[in-house]
Design a protein around this ligand. Structure first.
Ligand code: P53
Length: 477
């Protein structure tokens, strides 16, 4: 009983949130570089405010991030010390293709990740690679309008060809698009989409989503052709919606909110546009341009497993007063009166993870992989620089217990679990360093001050024990 013997315990990061080195090694500029910290971040990541380059009035935390570009050896050694079986990381597209539309890749970028994968292998760590974690080369945004353009499918296909061939035998687990549903909520950060006056935003977003879905299917096809050992997954920002009340209208609203997310996975895993989505697109007056063969591609190249991030459940309501309070969040949700929230207002719901695992497993019947989960919190090092993060341990222990119930009691087939930000990194939502998720503290603040020194937190030894016992020992003392 319990987790499978080869359960993949580990941690997750994304290139732009940890590497820095934004202009080193021949790397080109990307959307994720030019999103500033501060009040302009939200309008920029949602594509409302144009920011295609750096300016002097803003601070851009991704430029240096936590400097993993130069410190990855030290960081991977720490992951190995915790006993990681897997390490989820992403490839920065613009390291491999600085502009995105070149024919030939940038060798320095390819070599950078090859060295990382080899280092992982050295410790017996299986890399889990996100092909794109929100990033899109800036040149593709300026020249083609990013994923608005069908051309992006071809550029992405080229990237996939190169990396699948180059890393054959080194990487087996791939994710095509991080949180593919983020395109609806943060279209610039998630897919490089910027809106002009008069744009029909829904039309633009769903057309771009179609291009990503086709690109994802093509990636799956190539991955299997290059190496039948390859396993390709989709990736959803998950979290079940609860009805605020048992009023049927609230229940119906919660189902609709879930479908807005499942739409993507329905296509990637079942291989078809679901009926409800076709009706909804029609009602919204959205006409998707498809090419001949798209539907076959989608049908014939479905994913091998389903991965997702889970931080919180969400709540749906039809009550106009409650609805008012939800504006401004990336994912609209009403406050759940039964749950406590993090310092950033994310509601903490371990049982919601079990519910979400069951919902997804019921729907798709494929192996699942939790590739992000964790608590963003303020850490205060003591005089020795040590962080006693009992709140983080408590959060993770409760979520691991819930996922164990989903496996043991409900029969969910779960491949692994990687906590988000296993080393402190830049927050995607806010750009802050202060919102920390790691087992490893990084000395850097929101303004970019600090030595970048790495220090183990209390949770470091705790997670090591969790992995060593394959999730049996979650105790804190
Ligand atoms: P942060 C919300 C907002 C932005 C990105 O988020 C998000 C989410 C949660 O679904 O997605 C993931 O850093 C994402 C990571 C991100 C992590 O959540 O705002 O895949 O890149 O860092 C946590 O606290």
């Amino acid at each position: 009983m319990g987790f499978r013997k080869d359960f993949l315990w580990g941690g997750a990061t994304a290139a732009n949130q940890c590497e820095g080195g934004y202009n080193e090694g021949g790397r080109g500029l990307a959307n994720v570089d030019v999103v500033p910290i501060g009040p302009d971040r939200f309008p920029v990541i949602t594509g409302e405010m144009k920011m295609f380059d750096f300016d002097d009035d803003h601070f851009y935390p991704a430029k240096e991030a936590i400097d993993m570009y130069h410190r990855w050896q030290e960081d991977i050694a720490l992951f190995a010390e915790m006993g990681f079986k897997t390490y989820r990381l992403s490839i920065a597209w613009s390291r491999i293709f600085p502009n995105g539309d070149e024919k030939e890749p940038n060798e320095e970028g390819l070599k950078f990740y090859e060295d990382i994968f080899k280092e992982c292998k050295k410790y017996g760590i299986e890399p889990l690679v996100t092909i794109t974690h929100f990033d899109c080369p800036m040149h593709l945004i300026k020249e083609y309008g990013a994923w608005r353009s069908r051309k992006l499918v071809g550029f992405y296909e080229n990237l996939c060809h190169v990396i699948f061939n180059r890393y054959k035998g080194l990487v087996k687990y791939w994710l095509t698009f991080n949180e593919i549903n983020m395109i609806l909520h943060a279209p610039f950060m998630g897919a490089g989409l910027y809106f002009e006056e008069g744009d029909n935003k829904d039309q633009v977003k769903y057309q771009a989503a179609h291009h990503e879905l086709v690109a994802s299917a093509i990636a799956t096809k190539i991955a299997h052709e290059v190496d039948p050992e390859n396993k390709v997954g989709c990736m959803l920002a998950a979290g079940a919606y609860y009805p605020y009340s048992c009023k049927p209208e609230d229940v119906f609203a919660s189902r609709n909110n879930d479908r807005e997310n499942y739409f993507f996975i329905d296509v990637q895993s079942r291989g078809e546009y679901p009926a409800y989505a076709l009706k909804d697109l029609e009602r919204k007056g959205i006409e998707l341009k498809m090419e001949k063969g798209d539907l076959e591609l989608l049908k014939e190249n479905t994913v091998d497993f389903i991965s997702f991030s889970y931080y919180s459940s969400r709540v749906s309501t039809t009550d106009p007063e409650l609805l008012e309070q939800t504006a401004g969040n990336i994912f609209a949700s009403v406050k759940n009166p039964y749950l406590k929230a993090s310092e950033w207002g994310w509601q903490i719901d371990p049982l919601g993870l079990r519910i979400t695992l069951n919902d997804i497993y019921d729907r798709y019947q494929k192996p699942l992989f939790i590739v992000e989960n964790g608590l963003g919190a303020v850490d205060t090092p003591d005089s020795d620089g040590y962080v006693i993060d009992d709140y983080r341990i408590e959060y993770l222990a409760a979520h691991i217990a819930a996922m164990k119930d989903a496996v043991e009691l409900d029969g969910v087939d779960l491949l692994g679990y990687t906590t988000w930000g296993c080393i402190d990194l830049v927050s995607a939502g806010t750009g802050e360093m202060k919102k920390r998720y790691g087992f490893i503290y990084v000395d850097r603040d929101n303004e970019g001050n600090g030595t970048l020194a790495r220090t183990k937190k209390k949770s470091f030894d705790w997670y090591k024990q969790v992995i060593a016992t394959n999730g049996e020992d979650l105790s804190t003392e």
